[in-house]
Design a protein around this ligand. Structure first.
Ligand code: Z5A
Length: 221
């Protein structure tokens, strides 16, 4: 028995965490065992690495070392959480995954593509997402949302990067979607959350064959 693996990707404040929770709720309403998780983090050891990375502890070592640290966290997360959940038939919905390494450390951070691909080959191996939803939003809008939510707290490692970095990220995610259309779907994230939720639900139902599972049940039909 194997479950389904769905990842959500995109820039800061695109609404990934919001939509991960909403998608899980709708799947659970259909009786599906839906597990939500995130990267970096998702397992106790990976969460410890998350704290270090987002506090900027890896930054002085350079982008290659950061890519290795994200990959180390991913390795533990895959081993302890994602693969066991998929093996028991659960649907795993993950807030960021390997595409974030490609975009942040690869395209925007200038780590060579063959290094990123090598790390992915070793760590991700066969556990590739069945579906990746790329929430696309102008970085100015996403950063404003992230700033409004943060209030007085300081920026983390990546929120403090220049706008040009965030624009490069957006291009990188769109490029990934263009190269892998069977896995990736771009969702316009410049809409109210309810509308994005509906768009995501249509894609999930269509791509992962939910029609047979009484799609109407979530609306009480
Ligand atoms: N990173 C990396 O470099 N390499 C890697 O391999 C991986 C990650 C895996 C993780 O930080 C950082 O690690 C990330 C990339 C890097 N960079 N940063 N910073 P994180 O998990 O703390 O941050 P994030 O992933 O960017 O998430 P976020 O900023 O929390 O954004 P979000 O999850 O996409 O959005 P949200 O939390 O759902 O919503 C943000 C706010 O907007 C919130 O107040 C919502 O209520 C609001 N919101 C949500 N949707 C809407 C709509 N539709 N309209 C208006 N307002 C909305």
């Amino acid at each position: 028995m194997t479950g389904r693996f769905i990842t959500l990707e995109g820039g800061e404040g695109a609404g990934k965490s919001t939509q991960v929770a909403r998608l899980a709720k709708r799947l659970q309403a259909l009786g599906i065992d839906a597990v939500t998780t995130r990267e970096p983090g998702g397992s106790p050891r990976a969460e410890r690495l998350r704290e270090l990375i987002l506090a900027g502890a890896a930054k002085p070592y350079g982008p290659v070392a950061e890519a290795i640290m994200f990959s180390a966290a991913r390795d533990d997360h895959l081993t302890r959480v994602i693969r066991p959940a998929l093996a028991r038939g659960a649907w795993v919905i993950c807030d960021r995954f390997a595409d974030s390494t490609r975009a942040y450390q690869g395209a925007a951070g200038k780590v060579p593509a063959d290094v990123i691909a090598g790390l992915e080959r070793v760590v991700v191996d066969g556990t590739r997402p069945d579906l990746t939803l790329i929430l696309d939003l102008a970085p100015e809008v996403g950063l404003a949302r992230a700033t409004a939510r943060r209030g007085e707290a300081g920026t983390d490692r990546y929120e403090g990067e220049a706008l040009s970095f965030h624009r490069a990220l957006r291009r990188a995610f769109l490029d990934i979607a263009r190269r892998e259309p069977r896995r990736c779907v771009v969702i316009d994230a410049d809409h109210p959350a309810d509308r994005i939720e509906e768009a995501i639900w249509r894609v999930v139902a269509d791509r992962l064959g939910l029609a047979q599972r009484r799609l109407g049940a979530v609306h009480g039909a």
